[in-house]
Write a protein that binds this ligand. Structure first.
Ligand code: ADP
Length: 622
């Protein structure tokens, strides 16, 4: 380029040209791009783009589209306008389309060259590829944004928890405290951060303790967990559980200590209440002479009270490990275990009496009530049982039984002989045609027969209680038994409509005679407790794989509360309607004992004034 007029002399012009050439060489050497623009920037007369931008050899007027990123074009125009107007250097960082078609960043500067009149005659520009720096800047910005985002996330977490979260610098000052902690202190970030514990209101002992812990963490790089209680200004005495963790730097050295603290006052209070209540109940359980034990949901024993250890002579741990089933009387063992297992499986209460060998080698009678327990969520938690010693009661009962049995036996002999005298006398009176005497003797015989049945009933009970009733099982068809019972019932009962219904071939393995006795008992009760001429139904069918017999009557019915007690010995309903119906409350008790010994069930359903239905079931066989 030559801007010097020739008439100023060759030497000067040469010098200038030389200096300009040097300047250009310098700029070209230090820049990625050099370019020349017309005074109004409309035309680019030349651009050497190196490997950064495409070269322009001929003057062009579409250089903006060729090089400048569309979004930056406006910015470029504005910078040009200012540079032209102020006749100063154009300098701008903007995006460019690179020679390889990708986007890059450039820092571009252009100086105006003037003529003697001070008018711009050309712009001489140089630009550098700053894409790499821009990329680094961008990466840095991204990293900053990510960090900012992460910080906001952590802020949200730490500010929304009721737990106290904080960080100590190694000079024991707080470098972070979350909102909950600031609120507890009643301080703001600016008044609390950078302060030590003591300055944030901690008592001396408390501040010392944490500062010692910080030292320890720095030395050991190990976390510390602790519990501390102190009075809170508003909430009273509080208990806190805290964990202090070392924060390690890249070299693995402790650079800070981060901590979290949780208020566990309510948990501790609940635990204390629970422990206190547990202790109270345990004391109650220990102080009583009731036998108390608990088991878990898998039937493992979990507790025996002192009464149990005293009775068995076994320490608690042996009872827990081995139990006491081996101490059961041989006659009670199998039965009681069955009763227990059945109740446990069904999660139903149990009520049972049995004999246990005590530490002195004698059997004691226990009456045990067991109840299923539930967890708070309602799921089954196991059993709790309470028992009392009923040995004395049982002995009394035994004496009473012995007495009844003895009286019955004693009565039986004179009764039998009285009966035979009456029968002989009746025969003789008939032969002598003394019909009046024969008639009276006939009635005497009937009354004596009734007495015999009553006495037999008592004898049955005492035989049962002394274990003398044996089950004589044989395989038979219930239908056949029903047929027999039907025939007998129809002959002896004239006052009621008795209807029978049964399915053929329900095979059972049972004591035929005793089962017949149970059905007859049901029928005679139905007859006894209902008005003459009412209907009685006797049925036998297969229900859930078991033989089920039931008798329904249209009689006086039974109160809801009395229903489960009917099967107890000597139990009779206390009812005005019952007063003139004689009985001893033995029949159903015997039925119950017989059915139980057959692994069957027995029960009754009833509506007062409408009638009752008595049921029993027996397991079937092939
Ligand atoms: P008993 O009939 O000798 O009193 P049970 O043991 O046979 O003794 O019956 C016990 C009690 O059950 C009876 O006293 C009576 O109150 C009641 N009971 C039994 N069967 C019936 C029935 N079918 N209807 C009403 N009450 C009955």
């Amino acid at each position: 380029m030559n801007t010097m007029p020739h008439d100023k002399g060759h030497a000067a012009a040469d010098q200038l040209t030389q200096s300009e050439e040097r300047y250009r060489a310098l700029v070209t050497a230090t820049s990625d791009v050099v370019y020349r623009m017309s005074p109004d920037w409309k035309v680019m007369s030349q651009l050497d783009g190196g490997s950064f931008l495409l070269d322009t050899g001929e003057p062009i007027d579409n250089w903006v589209e060729k090089y400048i990123h569309p979004e930056d074009q406006q910015k470029v125009y504005e910078a040009i306008e200012i540079a032209i107007r102020t006749k100063t250097i154009f300098a701008l960082e903007h995006r460019v389309l690179r020679a390889d078609g990708t986007l890059g960043w450039t820092f571009s500067r252009a100086v105006p060259l003037f003529n003697e009149q001070g008018e711009i005659i050309e712009w001489f520009g140089a630009a550098n590829d700053v894409s790499a720096r821009k990329q680094t800047e961008q990466d840095l910005q991204d990293a900053k944004d990510a960090a900012e985002h992460q910080k906001r996330t952590y802020e949200t977490i730490t500010s929304s928890t009721p737990d106290l979260i904080y960080v100590f610098a190694l000079d024991y000052t707080f470098s972070y405290a979350n909102e909950a902690l600031l609120a507890m202190w009643g301080k703001t970030w600016d008044t609390a951060i950078g302060k030590r514990l003591i300055e944030n209101g901690y008592e001396q002992w408390h501040a010392d303790m944490h500062e010692r812990e910080i030292d320890q963490i720095v030395a050991t790089k190990q976390s510390i967990r602790g519990e501390v209680a102190f009075p809170h200004a508003v909430l009273g005495r509080r208990v806190y559980d805290y964990i202090l963790n070392p924060v390690l730097n890249a070299q693995g050295e402790v650079e800070a200590v981060a901590g979290t603290t949780r208020d566990i006052s309510d948990i501790r209070a609940a635990e204390n209440t629970l422990a206190e209540s547990e202790a109270r109940f345990r004391m109650m359980a220990e102080a009583t002479n009731i036998y108390i034990a608990t088991s878990d949901e898998s039937s493992n024993a979990t507790y025996f009270n002192q009464s149990w250890t005293k009775l068995t002579g076994r320490p608690q741990k042996d009872l827990l490990a081995y139990g006491w089933v081996d101490l059961l009387h041989p006659d009670d063992q199998e039965r009681h275990v069955k009763v227990y297992e059945k109740a446990f499986k069904a999660h139903k209460p149990l009520h049972d009496a049995f004999r246990v060998l005590n530490s002195e080698g004698e059997y004691r009678w226990l009456l045990i009530d067991g109840f299923p327990r539930n967890y708070m969520d309602g799921s089954f938690a196991g059993f709790i049982s309470a028992g009392i010693d009923i040995t004395e009661l049982k002995e009394d009962e035994q004496r009473k039984n012995d007495f009844i049995s003895m009286v019955s036996h004693e009565l039986k002999t004179p009764l039998t002989s009285a009966l035979s005298y009456v029968q002989v006398s009746k025969k003789r009176a008939t032969e002598a045609n003394d019909t009046v005497t024969a008639g009276m003797l006939e009635r005497t015989e009937k009354q004596l027969g009734k007495m015999t049945r009553i006495i037999n009933g008592f004898l049955n009970v005492s035989r049962l209680e002394s274990g003398k009733i044996q089950i004589d099982a044989q395989r038979f068809d219930m239908a056949e038994l029903m047929e027999e019972v039907k025939e007998e019932a129809l002959i002896s009962n004239t006052g009621h409509q008795i209807k029978f219904g049964y399915t053929k071939s329900i095979w059972v393995n049972a004591d035929r005679e005793k089962i017949a006795q149970v059905i007859q008992n049901f029928i005679s009760n139905a007859v006894k407790y209902s008005r003459p001429n009412s209907t009685i139904q006797v049925r036998c069918k297969l229900v859930d794989g078991k033989a089920q017999v039931c008798t329904s009557d249209e009689g006086i019915g039974i109160n809801h509360e009395d229903l489960p007690k009917l099967f107890e010995r000597f139990y009779r309903v206390k009812d005005s309607e019952m007063r003139n119906i004689s009985g001893f409350g033995i029949g159903l008790y015997l039925c119950n004992e017989i059915i139980k010994r057959h692994d069957g069930d027995i029960w009754a359903e009833s509506t007062v004034g409408e009638g009752s239905t008595f049921y029993f079931t027996l397991p079937t066989v092939e």
